[in-house]
Design a protein around this ligand. Structure first.
Ligand code: G2I
Length: 455
């Protein structure tokens, strides 16, 4: 079955020509469909592509100061489809003087990412650390107002560009107390965290709002349980929280533990997404990296993994060589383990896995042909793959149906129209098959290929 693409103003073809197109499209579909079953021949060759085929992202922390390093950006652009500004969205960077906001370095990262189809995690709106001096010296209701204004201003500024915000970072004590960390923000009143989440929701209703912390990986630890109880309480009272970030800075004093998967799934069972937000592991043991990725893939609501830097030399603790690339930018054994885990990983089966029932569309248009096929479907999103024939330099226009939103792409360079619903994908040297993830937002209509043009 073929469909005429919207916006196709060429003269209609006669019945014989239409039949030829139908047959050609059917042959193409038959020839290609077996190649695109998730986890088989379509297994990705980069972290981002492989994660995207599992409906996840694979991200990294990025420092704006390194974007001029060609070795760094080559790896970034090739491997990752999500970025987190390492320091550039923190309070001291974005509001260095009270009421005077500074977004230059953050925007540099956001623009670099979004122009290449990578999504952005925002880090972080409210934190006891890296406060500018004016905020460090504040207290009481003045500090509360200043914190809420900061959340509102920054989340508003980046509205629509950040898929998930670490609204509040590291608000709990280490050790066995399970208490809140004693900070100037905590001393404004125990409700400061929920107030921050409410302000963030009002400022950017489309962003996922996360609580983010470290040493919350071991399910039996008091800190993990304390955060769990807070999230459960927030969910029961309607405080707008969507996700929990697990920093997962593993080292010899705070190692990966086998109940990590239990931690992720237990939080997910509260009705929030979970994300591995700052992964690094002392010595980068391949088996541990593999376990972390397998644990995320085993939990349907684990959206993705972010490593805290690209090369060992980019790490905040470089001497522990905790990352996936060595200081020369070469792949380490841990890289291979992560890629293998992403490619072999199971696809979540809950909730529905039923593919959409309508047939794929094969609109002939322009000077090439783009065939869209359904791929994996999850409870909240689905993947599509588009195969282009007839051109190696191509431009394909795809439309999704509002309120759907494209959250991830791979093997192409996308731009969007002002509505955010029409994506123009251009070839980027990665071949003739590109893919994307669509957040359904309750609408499961198949995306439509509008045109394919050779350039
Ligand atoms: O400490 C590791 C991470 C723990 N979770 C929250 C993250 O935000 C945190 O990231 C690190 C950055 O990787 C470091 O790059 O946060 C540190 C500060 O808390 C960052 O270090 C700072 C240095 O302390 C500053 O002296 C420096 O000016 O980096 C700044 C920019 O290079």
């Amino acid at each position: 079955m073929t469909e005429r693409c919207q916006g196709d103003t060429r003269p209609r073809t006669g019945p014989r020509a239409r039949t030829a197109i139908v047959l050609a499209a059917a042959a193409l579909l038959a020839a290609t469909s077996a190649a695109f079953l998730p986890g088989t021949a379509s297994a990705g060759t980069t972290l981002g592509a492989s994660a995207a085929e599992k409906g996840r992202y694979f991200g990294t922390a990025v420092a704006a100061s390194r974007l001029s390093d060609g070795n760094y950006t080559t790896i970034l652009n090739r491997e990752f489809n999500s970025v987190t500004p390492e320091n550039e969205m923190k309070i001291d960077a974005t509001e260095p003087q009270q009421g005077r906001f500074s977004y230059g370095a953050a925007e540099q990262i956001v623009n670099h990412a979004r122009s290449r189809g990578m999504s952005v995690r925002g880090h972080t709106l409210a934190w006891h650390s890296q406060q500018p001096p004016w905020m460090e010296s504040m207290s009481g209701s003045a500090l509360r107002s200043a914190m809420l204004n900061h959340v509102t201003q920054v989340a508003t500024h980046f509205r629509g560009q950040v898929v998930a915000w670490d609204v509040v970072n590291e608000a709990f004590e280490d050790g066995t107390s399970g208490a809140r960390r004693n900070s100037n923000l905590q001393r404004t009143g125990n409700d400061w965290i929920e107030a921050a989440f409410r302000a963030a929701r009002a400022a950017d209703p489309g962003a996922k709002l996360c609580y983010n912390d470290y040493n919350t990986d071991n399910w039996t630890h008091a800190k993990t349980q304390a955060v769990y109880n807070m999230v459960r309480d927030f969910k029961s009272r309607g405080v707008p929280i969507d996700c929990v970030g697990f920093q997962s800075h593993f080292n010899n004093d705070s190692p990966y533990v086998s109940n990590y998967r239990t931690t992720l799934s237990s939080f997910a069972a509260l009705g929030v997404d979970v994300q591995v937000t700052e992964l690094d592991i002392q010595g980068a043991p391949a088996a541990t990296y593999r376990s972390v990725v397998e644990d995320c893939l085993a939990v349907a609501r684990c959206n993705g993994v972010t490593v805290w830097g690209i090369r060992d030399s980019d790490s905040w603790r470089a001497s522990q060589t905790p990352l996936l690339f060595n200081s020369s930018g070469q792949k380490k054994a841990a890289y291979d383990a992560v890629l293998a885990a992403l490619n072999n990983g199971t696809t979540p089966t809950d909730p529905p896995t039923t593919p959409p029932t309508t047939p794929p569309t094969t609109p002939p248009s322009g000077s090439c042909t783009a065939t869209l096929q359904d791929s994996t479907r999850w409870g909240d999103r689905f993947n599509s793959q588009v195969t282009v024939s007839g051109a190696s330099n191509w431009t394909v226009v795809v439309a999704v149906t509002p309120p759907q939103k494209v959250s991830n792409t791979w093997n192409g360079s996308p731009t969007w129209d002002s509505s955010g619903n029409v994506m123009t994908m251009r070839s980027n040297g990665s071949g003739n098959v590109f893919g994307f993830t669509t957040m359904a937002n309750g609408t499961w209509t198949r995306p439509v290929v509008r045109s394919c043009t050779a350039s």
